[in-house]
Design a protein around this ligand. Structure first.
Ligand SMILES: Cc1cc2nc3c(=O)[nH]c(=O)nc-3n(C[C@H](O)[C@H](O)[C@H](O)COP(=O)(O)OP(=O)(O)OC[C@H]3O[C@@H](n4cnc5c(N)ncnc54)[C@H](O)[C@@H]3O)c2cc1C
Length: 434
């Protein structure tokens, strides 16, 4: 088994693709008898070893698709293994869009939600805030249907659970009537973007930007709902997405890999030549972009008001240490929530992500930036690379202790507690590298 980012390779003792909940039940019982630890894999798009197990790996790839739709209430229920890219066009046909999405749509619904995956927007929370019901099998094989009003603590624990409560089989979502988005992408000077960020956040439903280190330019992405429908022909989407954003960018990274000393100039070149455009299209087509150039990523959420200061500090760190980097830094904004393991717990957050081409050195670069993130009490994205210690995580996730107690209650035999998670959260055993 290998993850998308190539940061994890392992061979589980068993790999199963259950077709029904009864199959999962049986698999869990057999694993308990054999004293095997169990993990569920979604699309394997996390960089951290969350899916790693020496025992049983369950994939819900046969539990995919729509379970039910309640049009009057804008409610849809999906099997947990459904990939977003499969569900979104089908939901569109039924008249629905998700309120928000991340940068890609390759994840499974349960996998994306379980790690606190997010998009951007001042009024929009992490994706799991769209959930209104979970169905799951706990570590004893008991089936639960959980709603926010029937058991709020358990519901919130399930919203970002890292797979520690059990196997989620269904997720119900509050969706929106389908809508079009108008995307404006343009280049602006980084200092000007940071100064205008408050105005952009208030003026647009979605605001984010990508800044290439060593360049003074940032590619600003602004999106708002469009009353008039639009459609970008497939060939044009391919031209922009495939030819420039992936093809030319891949070539640039290859040059940086073989001539790291050129990466500063390459970054400046990329920063000045990022695509600028305006397009209107179905919401799900504009949220997600294809990512064919493989990379590593670390992302922390920060108190919203600290966002611009942290980014300026990162720029100073890069100017001083001059790492060979050929990927941009991404800046997003997420509405706060009360979900214990959400990186947006307790208030609005800015999310800053650093990336490195997967064939280039990254450790010193990530370590230098992580020190800045942690100085501002940043919270790591659970699915992205980080080296946070259990003590640090307990400090920045003040409800982590309660969450772990709940996880132990629903999984008393510890079926889902793998060495990585025990080291990361309980501080037991050797801390495995992220
Ligand atoms: C190219 C790329 C772009 C990305 N863009 C974004 C982005 O824009 N925003 C963002 O926030 N993140 C982003 N991510 C991170 C990604 O969204 C998360 O890592 C997400 O968890 C991956 O979903 P997955 O289906 O691959 O889950 P996996 O990585 O397979 O699993 C993640 C966790 O979910 C658990 N899990 C999966 N299914 C179940 C289930 N049925 N029941 C219980 N537990 C389950 C697993 O055990 C594991 O703990 C990106 C990742 C990549 C590689």
């Amino acid at each position: 088994m290998r993850n998308w980012g190539r940061t994890l390779t392992f061979t589980p003792a068993e790999y199963r693709l259950p077709r029904h909940e009864e199959d999962i039940l049986r698999a869990l019982e057999q694993a308990a008898q054999k004293k095997q630890l169990v993990r569920v894999v979604g699309a394997g798009h996390s960089w951290t070893p969350l899916i790693e197990t020496p025992g049983l790996l369950l994939s819900l790839d046969r539990l995919q698709g729509l379970v039910s739709v309640r049009p009057g209430e804008n409610l849809v229920t999906l099997w947990a293994g459904t990939r977003l890219y499969q569900a979104l066009p089908r939901l569109w046909k039924q008249g629905f869009s998700l309120a928000n999405q991340g940068d890609i749509d390759r994840q499974s619904i349960a996998g994306a939600f379980s790690t606190g995956t997010h998009g951007t927007g001042k009024t929009l929370g992490i994706l799991a805030t769209q959930a209104v019901h979970y169905r799951f099998l706990d570590g004893e094989g008991r089936i639960h249907d959980v709603y926010p009003d029937t058991d709020p603590a358990l519901f919130q624990a399930l919203q970002v659970s890292l797979g520690l409560m059990g196997v989620i089989t269904q997720v119900s979502l509050q969706v929106e009537p389908r809508y079009y988005l108008r995307l404006t992408k343009r280049l602006e000077r980084l200092d000007e973007v940071l100064e205008r960020s408050e105005a952009y956040l208030n003026g647009y439903r979605h605001f984010e930007f990508f800044w290439f280190p060593y360049s003074e330019w940032a590619a600003v992405k602004l999106m708002e709902k469009s009353e008039t429908p639009g459609h970008v022909p497939v060939w044009r989407r391919w031209l922009i997405d495939a030819a420039w954003e992936n093809g030319a960018f891949w070539a640039l990274n290859k040059i940086a890999q073989f001539w790291p000393s050129r990466s500063e100039a390459l970054c400046r070149f990329a920063g000045q030549n990022m695509t600028t455009e305006v397009r209107v299209d179905r919401a799900y087509r504009l949220f997600a972009s294809p990512r064919w150039v493989r990379f590593r990523e670390m992302e922390y959420s920060l108190p919203a008001e600290a966002g611009p200061t942290v980014l300026r500090e990162i720029r100073s760190w890069i100017a001083k240490h001059r790492p060979a980097v050929s990927f941009p830094i991404e800046y997003r904004y997420v509405k706060g929530d009360t979900i214990p393991l959400s990186p947006a717990y307790g208030g609005d957050r800015v999310f800053i992500a650093v990336h490195a081409y997967h064939r280039m050195p990254y450790k010193e670069y990530f370590a230098g930036i992580e020190e800045i993130f942690q100085a501002y009490e940043g919270r790591p994205h659970w699915g992205k690379m980080h080296t946070a210690t259990p003590a640090y995580l307990h400090r920045v996730y003040p409800q982590l202790g309660e969450f772990l107690a709940l996880a132990e209650r629903y999984d008393p035999r510890g079926l889902f507690r793998t060495p990585y998670l025990k080291a990361l959260l309980w501080g037991e055993g050797v801390r495995l590298p992220a």
